[in-house]
Design a protein around this ligand. Structure first.
Ligand SMILES: [Zn+2]
Ligand SMILES: [Zn+2]
Length: 256
């Protein structure tokens, strides 16, 4: 599998994009940067989107790509927990902010919604996808995505402490995890449902204890203002744990 990080931040600017990754050019996870990062030809190849939760920085481009798909005269599939899909329909695709593209264009709607159940493996365009519950301000999931060849990675989406409840269910070769704030802001990170490098360290220590190994880690959803500090703190953590922890960036390509 080739994983391309389209957006590695929780803030957007000319140099940063909102959270989104793309697997083999065809399967998107979160939709913070799908239209802003991809050409029309690349967008047309994306068959499905997995959403972790309903926050704007993760769902925004569902609406944007849905409009583009009306011109492609195709449907794009969106998988998420039922509550996430309902929140999208109620608050964005509500025929006020934007059209309900699950019903429009009437002859061929450009969105198809599929609710996912926790812990159940679903075939999404040939990938085995499992949604696992996360601790966040709204209902949220992370995903283990496994290719036909049996290679897999785990993408946390936004999460606070408590990831260790996922570890028994998965065996990924790569972890892509939310680290939004530096250690000094832990008291803000926990109630908001995010990790700091120190909190990540606790989750990774649990991973090693439960699984007996530790795969490479890429951290994303960075708050740009604190990125240098997060980099220093994750470098220190990587030394302590004896594993590779990399700061994600837009355009980064990972092989699993
Ligand atoms: Zn969030
Ligand atoms: Zn977010």
């Amino acid at each position: 599998m080739e994983i391309r990080i389209l957006g590695a931040h929780n803030v957007e600017s000319a140099n940063t994009r909102l959270t989104s990754v793309l697997v083999d050019g065809v399967l998107a996870v979160d939709a913070g940067a799908l239209t802003s990062s991809l050409t029309f030809a690349e967008q047309e190849k994306v068959g499905s989107i997995l959403l972790t939760h309903c926050h704007y920085d993760h769902v925004r481009d569902v609406a944007a790509i849905a409009l583009n798909y009306t011109y492609f005269r195709k449907a794009i599939k969106v998988y998420a927990q039922a509550s996430t899909l309902e929140a999208l329909l109620k608050n964005i695709l509500n025929n006020v902010i934007y059209p309900n593209f699950t019903e429009r264009p009437s002859e061929k709607p450009s969105l198809k919604f599929y609710p996912l159940e926790l812990y159940k493996v679903t075939d999404v365009d040939g990938y085995n996808v499992m949604a696992l519950p996360e601790k966040h301000a709204v209902p949220a999931v992370g995903y283990q995505i496994t290719s036909k060849e049996g290679r897999s990675f785990f993408y946390s989406g936004d999460t606070g402490p408590g990831l260790s409840s996922c570890w028994a269910h998965i065996s990924p070769q790569l972890l892509i995890i939310d680290v939004t704030m530096p250690n000094g802001l832990e008291e803000h990170a926990i109630p908001a449902g995010h990790l700091t490098p120190r909190l990540l360290g606790e989750e990774l220590a649990q991973f090693k204890k439960v699984k007996g190994y530790l795969p490479p880690v890429v951290v994303i959803h960075l708050a740009t203002l604190f990125e240098d500090q997060i980099r220093e703190e994750t470098e220190q953590l990587a030394k302590e744990l004896g594993t590779k922890i990399t700061i994600g960036h837009e355009g980064m390509k990972l092989k699993v």
